[in-house]
Design a protein around this ligand. Structure first.
Ligand SMILES: *Cc1c(COP(=O)(O)O)cnc(C)c1O
Length: 430
């Protein structure tokens, strides 16, 4: 697959190069040049295919020829070593649980896939790659876990001191090996700014190969399209009009769903469910796209004021606003509404959601008001115990910690404190 930069000021490149670079030299996001739909028979016979077979067929064109098919099969097998169950709540609403991976966040799949691709590309390379990533919580844990022990790759994670949950901090700081945590005296934006500055610092980039591991990287973004196919496999015999409601922050996950649709997956409609950070909801109502500073909410993984992947969505619809609107609705919800939704889901269905899933649930309810015959699947992007304070406070019951979380709670935190860019640069150069 050839990839081009959406800024159109950089040369086309390969999958391998796009993964290693992360962002194009002109700071644009990479996008595949041609998308070939899968044959109809693939979707008709999906019941006969395993999850790894589905994933292999879906992603093959995007990585070919840089990863040989046998290696790709191994990478997929290794990436998908947990389940993706759909839980039907009633005849109109289901949830797709994406939190059964090692860090209980949906980002595990993308992080594991990218880590294995980079590990393959770097296997015979004496120059190590350094993955530099800023996290407000979930990304860091998924990336740390995904890249743990991958040869030739070092991971450096910046997180804001005192601003991530205890569980999230443990997930970042207790692994050791090729993973280093830097505890930043500041907020998430400070971490993000330092990472951006490092990518632009030629003194650094001449000495080391730096790359990113957020959803701008094609190897972290594209495998997310598997989820939509896995849900379809579980639901298509029961329902015709399947709609997905995706709790969205940087819009990587929903944009991957749109790629699945480009491959021919029969999806009727998408709902982008937002918290108070509602740039896209406003855009669909006004046709004006206006980034703004993010505000803090209880679904904090979606506190994004300028979603990085929205430009990829614009590309999919060739900047045709009415086409986009036909296929995408968006709603924004307050924290109070989200808390009420958590309670309603628990009391009505005896199901415990997390605040992000609850926003997705509200998106389904809004859509279903005018489309009562559709079946809406909201994505559960994190396990409720990752947001224990909010969830237990609302549903007034204690939630058991899953084994993945119990296993790290007693481990000792190891982190290096830094307070500014000079500290970061000194750390990277030593
Ligand atoms: C990252 C994240 C999101 C947002 O996903 P995007 O792909 O950035 O839109 C939603 N929920 C949780 C729990 C997350 O960690």
């Amino acid at each position: 697959m050839t990839y081009f930069s959406l800024n159109k000021q950089a040369p086309d490149t390969t999958f391998k190069d796009a993964v290693i670079k992360g962002l194009a030299p002109d700071k644009g996001l990479y996008f595949p040049k041609h998308i070939t739909a899968l044959p109809k028979s693939f979707f008709e016979n999906i019941d006969d295919l395993s999850y790894t077979e589905i994933a292999f067929e879906a992603i093959r064109q995007f990585v070919s020829p840089d990863i040989p098919e046998a290696i790709l099969k191994d990478i997929i097998q290794d990436t998908l070593n947990f389940n993706f169950p759909v839980v039907e709540l009633d005849k109109n609403i289901s949830t797709l649980e994406l939190f059964h991976g090692p860090t209980m966040a949906f980002k595990d799949v993308g992080a594991r896939f990218m880590a294995r691709c980079l590990g393959y590309f770097n296997a015979n390379n004496t120059n190590e790659v350094t993955v530099l990533v800023a996290t407000s919580g979930d990304t860091g844990g998924a990336v740390a876990n995904g890249f743990l022990g991958v040869k030739g790759v070092n991971v450096v994670i910046l997180y804001p001191s005192g601003k991530v949950s205890d569980i999230q901090e443990k997930q970042l700081t207790t692994l050791g090996q090729n993973i280093t945590a830097l505890e930043v005296d500041g907020v998430f934006d400070d971490c993000q700014d330092m990472v951006k500055r490092a990518f632009l610092d030629e003194e650094l980039t001449n000495k080391m190969q730096l790359t990113s591991a957020n959803s701008i990287n094609v190897a972290r973004w594209l495998p997310q399209l598997f989820y939509f196919m896995f849900a379809y496999k579980q639901l298509h015999n029961s329902y015709d009009d399947i709609v997905f409601s995706i709790p969205s922050g940087n819009f990587g996950n929903i944009c991957a769903g749109m790629m699945a649709q480009q491959l021919g997956l029969p999806i009727k409609h998408f709902v982008a469910s937002n918290n108070a950070n509602n740039v896209v909801t406003t855009y669909l109502n006004t046709e004006t796209y206006k980034p703004k500073p993010s505000v803090q909410t209880i679904s904090n993984a979606m506190d994004v004021g300028n979603p990085s992947n929205f430009i990829r969505i614009q590309e999919i619809y060739k900047n045709d606003f009415s086409k986009l609107k036909e296929n995408l609705s968006s709603f924004s919800f307050t924290d109070d509404a989200t808390r009420l939704a958590l309670k309603e889901i628990y009391e009505t269905y005896n199901y415990i959601a997390d605040p992000h899933g609850a926003v997705g649930y509200l998106g389904c309810k809004s859509y279903l008001k005018n489309h009562p015959d559709a079946h809406c699947v909201f994505l559960e992007t994190a396990h409720p115990t990752k947001f224990l304070d909010v969830v237990e406070d609302v549903i007034k019951t204690t939630v058991d910690l899953p084994p993945q979380i119990k296993a790290i709670m007693h481990k000792e935190k190891v982190a290096t404190s830094i307070s500014n860019y000079t500290d970061l640069k000194e750390f990277l150069l030593k």
